[in-house]
Write a protein that binds this ligand. Structure first.
Ligand SMILES: *Cc1c(COP(=O)(O)O)cnc(C)c1O
Length: 490
């Protein structure tokens, strides 16, 4: 199967691409992104076939249904990365927290956030492809917290790939920062930037647009790629666990085959919920995709009113920082799927020039056939964390946004799966406060206090961070970044 651009053909970028090309060069014509030309069938027959499949068997079949140009051997090895998760027999456990509500925990990998689900196998495949083609790639990440650690972890010591990772100094949790600055490998460079996440991202954008920088890379025979969620190579791995969640409910006897369920997804860049959308379109029985946001509720407005308006908003920092996003890149793939390339280009052009777009009433209704949305404030999230902790279940603040969506958007006859995107250990300061300790000052204190006052444990990879040697101590101003990176590349 081939992949096509969401904004149509500009006559410069190839109109269609094989999977491997689309993941190495993820930018399509007119600034669009790649989508599969058609979707496989993940309907009832597919589900029945996988009633007893292990996660990796299901994953292999999903990947092969897209007819991607990656050898079986490479796919097998990529999926073997899930063997390093807490429980190789079931890398993504499903936990019942209400009669009709289940949490699928997507954070049992090396960096304790759901980014590992896609980045772990994706990193292996990208490096293999680069080796096959005898090409060297630079991956440049700017992170507000979870993408950075997961990107570094997947590419560390992988041949033909180098990674630079920029993070806002003081703008991440202690655990997230330590996960990056203690990472040790020749092919990784982590740089702190004075400023906030927006500054960090802008720095990266300027660099990527600079001719001078491009020339420097060409001189060194290095190509640029990207590992953010505009890369379809990440999205494809985010379809699998939605199907797995449905199968798990079947296996536990909670639903019967064909019964629709809700999928409740804490959303930022819309990659996670997009995976659910593709699964639904391919035949998975889903009643609705419920999009949960924090106070940066631009997605709530889009889905409720058909309005996407960045121009009249400012980004607000919240306790769920991975969802502090205004430009949600993967919405574009849904627009393309529903309204085609011409309309998608029109809407995206409007977003670029005016900072907003408005859907017609008919288009909005079409979005609402698949999605419903709401948002939760930090106070509401803390209350949900406290409520479920009392019942013995500790969740992180991103997951907590889903509990509002579950409460107000589901009807009782249908089961709901809530996706937990981070372990509480990554946001322990917020969790400790929600549990009543308003005095904790940092993650070290918070982790200790929570372990002493609940039955929770801190996993070894988080525990180890606090005694590991710091390998990357550079914190620089924007002007100094290019030099730091070029120094690293030579
Ligand atoms: C990245 C992330 C999200 C947002 O996921 P999207 O796919 O970008 O919508 C939510 N929660 C956590 C903890 C994350 O790391």
């Amino acid at each position: 199967m081939q992949f096509i651009g969401t904004r149509g053909s500009d006559g410069v970028t190839p109109e269609k691409m094989w999977f491997s090309e689309a993941i190495l060069s993820p930018s399509a014509g007119f600034g669009g992104i790649y989508v599969p030309q058609k979707l496989p069938d993940f309907g009832l027959a597919f589900l029945e076939k996988h009633m007893n499949s292990h996660y990796k068997e299901l994953a292999l079949d999903v990947l092969k249904s897209f007819e991607i140009d990656i050898d079986d051997e490479v796919l097998h090895a990529a999926l073997d990365r899930y063997d390093a998760f807490d429980d190789p027999a079931n890398p993504v456990p499903l936990v019942k927290i209400e009669e009709d509500c289940f949490v699928m925990e997507l954070y049992h990998g090396p960096t304790r956030a759901f980014k590992d689900m896609a980045l772990q196998p994706f990193g292996y495949i990208l490096s293999k492809k680069a080796q096959e083609r005898n090409e060297n790639y630079l991956i440049m990440a700017a992170t507000s917290g979870d993408t950075g650690p997961a990107t570094l972890e997947t590419f560390k010591d992988q041949a033909n790939i180098q990674v630079t990772c920029l993070y806002p100094d003081g703008g991440t949790s202690d655990v997230q920062r330590l996960q990056m600055v203690t990472e040790e490998a020749e092919n990784l460079k982590v740089i702190g930037v004075h400023g906030n996440f927006d500054d960090t991202q802008n720095t990266l954008k300027h660099l990527l647009a600079s001719e001078d920088f491009k020339t420097e890379l060409e001189k060194r025979n290095i190509k640029l790629s990207a590992a953010n969620s505009v890369n379809f190579g990440r999205i494809i791995f985010q379809i699998i666990y939605h199907i797995h969640a449905y199968l798990e409910l079947l296996r536990k006897g909670e639903i019967i085959l064909g019964e629709p369920i809700y999928l409740v997804v804490p959303s930022g860049n819309f990659g996670n919920v997009l995976g659910g959308y593709y699964a639904k379109k391919a035949g998975l029985p889903v009643e609705k995709l419920l999009v949960a946001s924090n106070i940066n509720n631009i997605l709530t407005d889009l889905i409720q009113k058909g309005e996407y308006d960045m121009a009249s908003r400012e980004l607000i920092k919240t306790e769920s920082p991975a969802m502090d996003i205004l430009k949600s890149s993967n919405v574009e793939r849904v627009l393309f799927d529903k309204f085609g390339a011409k309309r998608t280009k029109e809407l995206m052009d409007s977003l670029n020039s005016t900072g907003k777009y408005t859907l017609t009433a008919k288009e909005t209704a079409s979005i609402q056939e698949d999605f419903a949305a709401t948002y939760a404030t930090d106070e509401e999230c803390e209350a949900y964390i406290a409520k479920y902790a009392k019942a013995g279940y500790i969740m992180d603040p991103h997951t907590a946004t889903c509990m509002k969506a579950y409460e107000v958007l589901t009807d009782q006859n249908r089961k709901a799966v809530v996706y937990s995107t981070a372990e509480w250990t990554k946001f322990s300061t917020t969790v400790a406060r929600a549990l009543g300790n308003r005095d904790v000052q940092n993650d070290t204190e918070a982790l200790k206090w929570i372990v002493e006052n609940t039955s929770e444990k801190v996993p070894p990879m988080i525990e180890a961070l606090f005694t590991k040697e710091i390998k990357h101590s550079d914190v620089v101003y924007e002007a100094g970044i290019k030099n730091e990176i070029l120094k690293f590349l030579s």
